[in-house]
Every structure is written in structure tokens, then in C-alpha cells.
Design a protein around this ligand. Structure first.
Ligand SMILES: [Zn+2]
Length: 201
């Protein structure tokens, strides 16, 4: 099926979903991260919360069968399929400062945070309102001492994650702009919103 929406490399997209609808996020070429943030469509002060999700799901690895929770302790989405199985919910979206601090790159550089801000402004959501994103396909490893390393995604071409909306939502997705998170190259992300009955995968 070709009816998915395409996010160009190092870009983003925002859209709304109704409770019960299914979002499929696809890595069409492999090894590409997509940052996702969620807001309650009717009250944008309610938003995705990493802390609540890791707490209530009792895991730092969030995949099929887990819920994504809001800062007000409500379920926002359920992950109903995950063909790759590795996502991150620890690290903040890459920002201009990420490239200055982590990469010592002081040139202009695209970032997830800027793409989230640009695509969410039409909903009245400002930079400081953007929470820690759910980083689909991101491969963050940690050892028993807590040392973190960002490795290339394990996703291969065509891997996808499916989410069911548990409330009416504003969703923003990116095709991540950070070299280390994406195996050194930038690829597109595809997505599709459908009713359960029209499920294409
Ligand atoms: Zn990013």
C-alpha cells in the first residue's frame, strides 16, 4: 500500500488522531530513528511523560504490549506491534545544543527539537512545552553501572511499530537528524493513520 505519508530526512510532521485509530510508523530503508511526542488534543498541557511511562510499565525498554502514559497518569497510546523491538525513552530530542555539546559542531544543524517546534506551533505548542520524545527505533544501550551509549538502530528496511490511540491526540513525528543515532546517514520515515478495519500491514 502506498497511502502512507513520507517525512523527508531531517524533517518532521504533525497530525491529529482520534481515540481508537492506529498509527503505523515505518522505517522504509532501515537504521533510522523517529522521535514522537503526544499531546491531549483537547488540552495540550497534558502530554507524553517518559517518567510516568517507565514507572507504570516497570521497564526502561518499551515495546509491544506497553502503554505510553501522560504527565496526568492517563494512557495515551498502546504499542500493539513492534517488528524491531528496540526503542528509547531516556534521551531528549536532539537540539541545536546537542550538536554543540556532544559533537562540538557549532555550524547550523537540523534537529528533532526544531522540527518538533516548527510542526507543533500551529497547535499553540511552544518549545518549552515539548517533552522527552518516545524515540522509535533508537538503540540506546546501558551497562550495569548506568553508562549509556547510543548505537546504530537495529531496524532494517520495512520494520514498523503500530500504536493505538487511547485518547484524542496531537502527534508529532520526526526523521531524526543526529548522526550517531542513525548509523551516520539520514533517511526518511513513513507513517499511516488508519481505522482498525483498514489496517494495511
Ligand atoms: Zn533527533
Amino acid at each position: 500500500m502506498e497511502n502512507y505519508t513520507k517525512i523527508a530526512p531531517q524533517k518532521g510532521a504533525s497530525f491529529t488522531m482520534k481515540k481508537g485509530e492506529i498509527l503505523t510508523v515505518i522505517d522504509p530503508l532501515g537504521m533510522q530513528v523517529s522521535d514522537m511526542v503526544l499531546f491531549n488534543r483537547h488540552d495540550t498541557k497534558e502530554k507524553l511523560s517518559s517518567g510516568k511511562t517507565l514507572d507504570f510499565e516497570e521497564s526502561i525498554l518499551i515495546t509491544k504490549g506497553n502503554f505510553l502514559w501522560s504527565n496526568r497518569s492517563h494512557k495515551m497510546m498502546e504499542i500493539i506491534e513492534d517488528t524491531n523491538g528496540r526503542n528509547d525513552f531516556l534521551l531528549a530530542p536532539c537540539s541545536p545544543e546537542t550538536f554543540q555539546i556532544m559533537y562540538n559542531n557549532h555550524e547550523e544543524h537540523p534537529s528533532c527539537l526544531n522540527n518538533l517546534r516548527e510542526n507543533l506551533s500551529e497547535y499553540g505548542i511552544a518549545l518549552d512545552d515539548i517533552p522527552t520524545a518516545f524515540n522509535i527505533f533508537m538503540n540506546v544501550q546501558f551497562d550495569s553501572n548506568g553508562k549509556i551509549s547510543v548505537l546504530p538502530p537495529t531496524s532494517t528496511a520495512g520494520d514498523y511499530v503500530k500504536f493505538r490511540a487511547e485518547m484524542d491526540l496531537i502527534v508529532c513525528l520526526t526523521a531524526c537528524s543526529a548522526e550517531d543515532s542513525n548509523g551516520g546517514s539520514f533517511k526518511p520515515i513513513h507513517f499511516l493513520v488508519s481505522d482498525e478495519a483498514q489496517n494495511v500491514f
